[in-house]
Design a protein around this ligand. Sequence first.
Ligand code: ATP
Length: 237
Amino acid sequence: MLQLENVHVSYGPIKAVRGVSLEVKGGEIVALLGPNGAGKTSLVSSVVGLAPTSAGKIRLDGADITGEPTERIVTRGITLTPEGRRVFADLTVGENLQLGAACRKDRDGVAEDLETYLELFPILRKRYAARARMLSGGEQQMLAIARSLMSRPKMLMLDEPSLGLAPRVVDQIFELLHGLRSKGLTMLLVEQNANEALELADSAYVIASGSLVFGGKAADLKASGEVMEMYLGLEGH
Ligand code: ATP
């Protein structure tokens, strides 16, 4: 579904991503891991045109989307939930969710999806009329994810959904992601929380200093002591 071929991302003289190639197949969950500052956010931002791709090609379902404006890429069916739980704080939970579907014209489909996600995220049903700013950090993250899903993307990219959340809340977020996985959603997941991400993912890529140091099956990464230890600070098993 998504193919990156030798992608470079530069901010003036700063080379954040140096020639990364990766693939996400339909129905697959792919984890993108690596230490702080490795270039993960830059890479997913470049896919949706929010960071400058200075070289390389990005293809979605075979179509070259490199350098297209963000709005057009999102219309093609790929959505990024950025780091930091960006929700519209002064709008209600319901309004945030409806805004996620603003680009859609199939009203019946929107109502159906709303019901699906309120079922999957019961806390959002409970807090439907509350302003988003009244929600806890974990609830805001759930809202940010559900809002992205309301655009009915073919593929969802999540940038560090568990960042800054208490361990119990991190577990809830991963439980949700497992729920989405069982619905067949295609996902590219950026995570610091490598162990949890590898439980969920089919395949994984590890980047360090802008370059790929691993690409393959999640199970193979777990078994690879060297990469786990050197780049993720974990013991392989
Ligand atoms: P983190 O886990 O800390 O979010 P990351 O792996 O997502 O890190 P990036 O945020 O993509 O990494 O950053 C990669 C490099 O690019 C870093 O050196 C960072 O300082 C730099 N960088 C990121 N965004 C910009 C920007 N807008 N302008 C200049 N440099 C940037």
